[in-house]
Design a protein around this ligand. Structure first.
Ligand code: ZN
Length: 184
C-alpha cells in the first residue's frame, strides 16, 4: 500500500493516493474521511482542482454520513454506569415492597449487554441483571421489568402465583409489558 498524502482543496481535507488507475476517483471512506486515488501522471494541482470542483458533493456526503452516525448513536444504549443509575432508581422504588422477603438488604443490580432478554433474577445471590437496552424503553416498561424480576425473589417460576403478585403491584402490567419493543 502506498502512503497517502494529506491535502486540502476547496475546503475539503483529503487523502491522495497514487495508483495505477485511469481516472481520478473521489470517495468517502466508512470512517468519514475523503479519499482520492489518482493516476501517477496527474499533477497534485490538477487533483486539487478536481476535489474543489466536487466540494459540494463531498459536503453533502459528509452530512449524510454524520446523520447516519447520529442515528446509530441514538439507538445504542447509554453507558453502563448511566443505565445502572437509572435502574437503581427504579429498583429503590420497588424495593420497599420486598424489604421483608429480602431480609432488609437491597438486591445487587447488574447491567449487561443482553440481546435476547430484558432481565433475569438470581434469588440465591439476591441479584437482578438487566439488559443495557432496557434503558431505552419507556419508564413504565422499565418499571414492569424491574417488578417482574423482584417477584422472582418470591416465585422463581412464571406460574399463577407469580403473575398474581406482579398484578398486585402493577395492575396494568400487561399494558406496560406491551410497550416493550421486542429485543432484536
Ligand atoms: Zn421472569
Amino acid at each position: 500500500m502506498e502512503k497517502a498524502e494529506l491535502r486540502r482543496a476547496g475546503g475539503v481535507d483529503y487523502a491522495l493516493t497514487r495508483k495505477r488507475v485511469k481516472n481520478l476517483n473521489l470517495r468517502l471512506a466508512p470512517d468519514g474521511s475523503v479519499r482520492v486515488s489518482a493516476p501517477r501522471g496527474v499533477s497534485a494541482a490538477a487533483v486539487d482542482a478536481f476535489v474543489a470542483a466536487h466540494a459540494g458533493w463531498v459536503q453533502k456526503a459528509l452530512a449524510r454520513h454524520k446523520a447516519a452516525e447520529a442515528a446509530r448513536a441514538a439507538l445504542a444504549p447509554p453507558e453502563k454506569d448511566q443505565c445502572l443509575a437509572l435502574f437503581k432508581e427504579v429498583s429503590d422504588g420497588v424495593y420497599p415492597r420486598f424489604e421483608k422477603v429480602l431480609g432488609g438488604q437491597k438486591p445487587v443490580i447488574k447491567v449487561r449487554d443482553m440481546r435476547t432478554r430484558w432481565g433475569s433474577c438470581h434469588p440465591a445471590r439476591r441479584q437482578i441483571t438487566l439488559a443495557a437496552r432496557l434503558a431505552l424503553q419507556p419508564p413504565e416498561a422499565i418499571e414492569y421489568v424491574v417488578v417482574h424480576e423482584y417477584c422472582h425473589f418470591v416465585h422463581p417460576d412464571h406460574q399463577a402465583g407469580f403473575w398474581a403478585l406482579v398484578a398486585s403491584i402493577l395492575p396494568d402490567y400487561k399494558a406496560r409489558r406491551a410497550l416493550l419493543r421486542s429485543p432484536r
